[in-house]
Design a protein around this ligand. Structure first.
Ligand SMILES: NC(=O)C1=CN([C@@H]2O[C@H](COP(=O)(O)OP(=O)(O)OC[C@H]3O[C@@H](n4cnc5c(N)ncnc54)[C@H](O)[C@@H]3O)[C@@H](O)[C@H]2O)C=CC1
Ligand SMILES: O=C([O-])CC(=O)C(=O)O
Length: 332
């Protein structure tokens, strides 16, 4: 009596994306939520914003009749205050700087990798059995860093990108074709950057190939808009997107907590026969995986067309160069 037996989702970095992850997890009553963030100083005053956000989300849940616990914890950049990670089933990492207009995601690497290092060490210390979903950018490289720094098996560390890129692709296709997003089957794989790979060969609407439904030039435009979908929002808002990213993370959270065996594109570590199939080794990059209670339960091996293979190779080499950079800097 008196204790809730719900799963626990912790969110480290309760900024724009983190608070939307917390909010949606609460609205869907998927789990109790624990939010972690730094204190903010304003003159003499120190604000514990994360505690306020958690209370606000708890009260929002109450207003709409959702039963979840939501708690906020102030941590330090040095890694103090992470004890409440204990017992987390999933830890979502959204701590880090977002890009501003004119920046690429890779420009965030040197600033964000230090944050990921501290957070990964604390996850390993307090939540050694958790599944980790990395969101901070550049996400493929930072997912690799989190995998190495936690020392977790590769099925328990994944990056969120492909679900978001695919959602953007489907949104643009549905705007063009005036058809429900539910009838669009599409995948965007590869790195979460300018080199991402929208897979036209397997994308279809109600079974009909995209190439048959949309003229070549228009389809090219939609693919380009998808590739620069994050940048389009950064240039409109001055900071990066958070509604669609938050929802994309929660799609993955739900697949794991409800053991859905859902196939979704996620950034995961390639090794063994998946590394052979995708001709890329010792790298985290977006491929379709089966998500369930054990995290990444299977890596689906799709065949690419010759054109897609070329795009894939550029994707692999851009992630590889990010990984080399953090290795050279001694950051992992
Ligand atoms: N993978 C993807 O598809 C996406 C990735 N992102 C990335 O997610 C990250 C977060 O984006 P936003 O939420 O928009 O940024 P934000 O600035 O609104 O939130 C980041 C939060 O992290 C916190 N933080 C910074 N250092 C910390 C530390 N050492 N420990 C704990 N918390 C810390 C900040 O105080 C802030 O509240 C960015 O790196 C962004 O590029 C954003 C959208 C999509
Ligand atoms: O564009 C950004 O920097 C954030 C992000 O990864 C996205 O929205 O796709």
């Amino acid at each position: 009596m008196g204790e809730y037996k719900r799963p626990v989702v912790s969110v480290v970095g309760a900024g724009n994306v983190g608070e939307h992850v917390a909010n949606l997890t609460a609205i869907k009553e998927l789990a109790n939520v624990r939010m972690f963030d730094l204190a903010r100083k304003d003159g003499d005053k120190t604000y514990e914003i994360v505690k306020g956000k958690a209370l606000d989300i708890k009260q929002m849940a109450s207003a709409i009749g959702c039963d979840v616990e939501v708690e906020g914890y102030t941590v330090t950049a040095e890694g103090d205050g992470y004890e409440p990670l204990e017992g987390s089933d999933i830890v979502v990492v959204t701590a880090g700087f977002p890009r501003r207009p004119g920046m690429s995601r890779d420009d965030l690497l040197s600033k964000n990798v230090g944050i990921i290092r501290t957070v990964s060490e604390r996850i390993a210390q307090y939540a050694p059995d958790a599944i980790v979903i990395v969101v901070s950018n550049p996400v493929d490289v930072l997912t690799y860093a989190a995998l190495k720094l936690t020392g977790f098996p590769s099925n328990r560390v994944m990056g969120m990108a492909g679900v978001l890129d695919t959602a953007r692709f489907k949104a643009f296709l549905s705007m063009e074709l005036k058809v429900s997003v539910k009838n669009i089957n599409a995948y965007v794989l590869g790195s979460h950057g300018d080199d991402m790979v929208p897979l036209l060969s397997v994308s279809n609407v109600g079974g009909e190939p995209l190439t048959k439904l949309i003229p070549e030039n228009k389809l090219k435009e939609i693919v380009e808009r998808t590739k620069f979908g994050g940048g389009e929002i950064v240039s409109l808002m001055g900071t990066s997107a958070y509604h669609a990213p938050g929802a994309s993370v929660v799609e993955m959270v739900e697949a794991v907590l409800n053991d859905k065996k859902e196939i979704a594109p996620c950034s995961v570590y390639l090794e063994g026969d998946s590394a052979v199939h995708y001709e890329a080794e010792d790298i985290c990059i977006g491929v379709p995986v089966k998500l369930g209670a054990h995290g990444v339960e299977e890596i689906i091996k799709l065949d690419f067309t010759e054109e897609e293979k070329e795009l894939w190779k550029s994707s692999v080499s851009s992630v590889k160069s990010g990984i080399e950079r953090i290795k050279e800097l001694g950051l992992i």
